[in-house]
Ligand binder design. Structure first.
Ligand code: GDP
Length: 283
């Protein structure tokens, strides 16, 4: 679920995240593996400053594996601790916890030198809406605690939940807003379900998706829709071909373009056509 972000929401969300940051040793940032750049709000870098960062490339099941590997390498080179996973799978804590341990090793060494006794690593999950924050928290907690929906500013009593052997996790995630640098970012956010359908015109989102998939792997695209189009075809011809193949008519023989648009977006959002990564790691 996504919300409309107004300046008041943003200020409140930022304040909440800043407050919670004071309580933790490490930040676990959840990104959508299909858009690791576009699902990151750069504000986080500003407010976390030098806090160690575990980066979860979530929804890896719907991303391009090669690109995910390239993103992993990039995050490592930036001094972050990345992991790629499907937040719905069991035992994700076994992947996340060792990274949090490594990320905070120096902090705890320093504490030990000062004679401060060992305590659990404290962590919080942060990310923009719909990247899978609640899924990850509920999965680690083994019960439903993270509230669904994303309403910043609705405070609730926070609790620490046990996460693995050495870690404690705040049970409410930090929510940041999706940041649009440009139209293309908006389309990518919409295509992956991070922002509401009303924010970016859906025909532009569908056209962007078609162009990306056709440029990337025309054969897979054609096979999926049982059509025969090429990247150089007019976009309306691609819509017509899909409409015909899928029987999306508006009465008579007219193609129902709205239905085609919705179908394409649905298929891409849900990974039906295969794994794609829309942000390039080497860009
Ligand atoms: P939040 O807004 O960041 O808390 O996101 P949610 O946890 O509510 O997840 C948003 C949607 O993504 C839900 O429909 C989840 O079931 C789905 N989801 C979460 N993680 C994954 C994943 O790794 N793979 C897939 N395919 N879907 C996921």
């Amino acid at each position: 679920m996504s919300i409309n972000w107004f300046p008041g929401h943003m200020a409140k969300a930022r304040r909440e995240v800043e407050e919670n940051l004071k309580k933790v040793d490490v930040v676990i940032e959840i990104l959508d593996a299909r858009i690791p750049h576009s699902s990151h709000n750069p504000m986080l870098d500003e407010i976390t400053q030098h806090k160690p960062r575990v980066v979860v490339l979530n929804k890896v099941d719907m991303a391009d594996r090669k690109e995910t590997d390239a993103w992993m390498a990039r995050f490592k080179s930036e001094g972050k601790y990345p992991v790629a996973l499907d937040g719905r799978n069991n035992h994700i804590i076994k992947k996340i916890e060792p990274l949090a341990v490594r990320a905070t090793a120096e902090i705890f060494e320093r504490m030990e030198k000062k004679g401060i006794g060992r305590r659990a690593i404290r962590a919080m999950i942060i990310g923009i809406p719909n990247v899978g924050k609640s899924t990850v928290i509920n999965n680690i907690a083994k019960k439903k605690i993270a509230k669904t929906g994303n309403t910043p500013g609705v405070t609730k009593q926070q609790q620490w939940i046990k996460a693995g052997e050495q870690m404690e996790l705040l049970d409410t995630p930090g929510i940041l807003w999706p940041k649009f640098e440009d139209e293309i970012t908006g389309r990518k956010l919409s295509l992956t379900g991070a922002i509401k359908d009303a924010v970016v015109p859906l025909d532009e989102v569908a056209i962007y998706g078609i162009e990306f998939l056709l440029a990337h792997d025309p054969e897979r695209f054609n096979q999926f829709y049982n059509i025969n189009v090429s990247p150089s075809d007019e976009i309306v011809d691609v819509f017509d071909a899909i409409g015909k193949s899928r029987g999306l008519k508006a009465g008579g023989n007219e193609i129902n373009y709205e239905a085609v648009t919705n179908r394409i977006i649905y298929d891409i959002r849900n990974g039906k056509i295969g794994g794609y990564t829309f942000d390039k790691a080497d860009a």
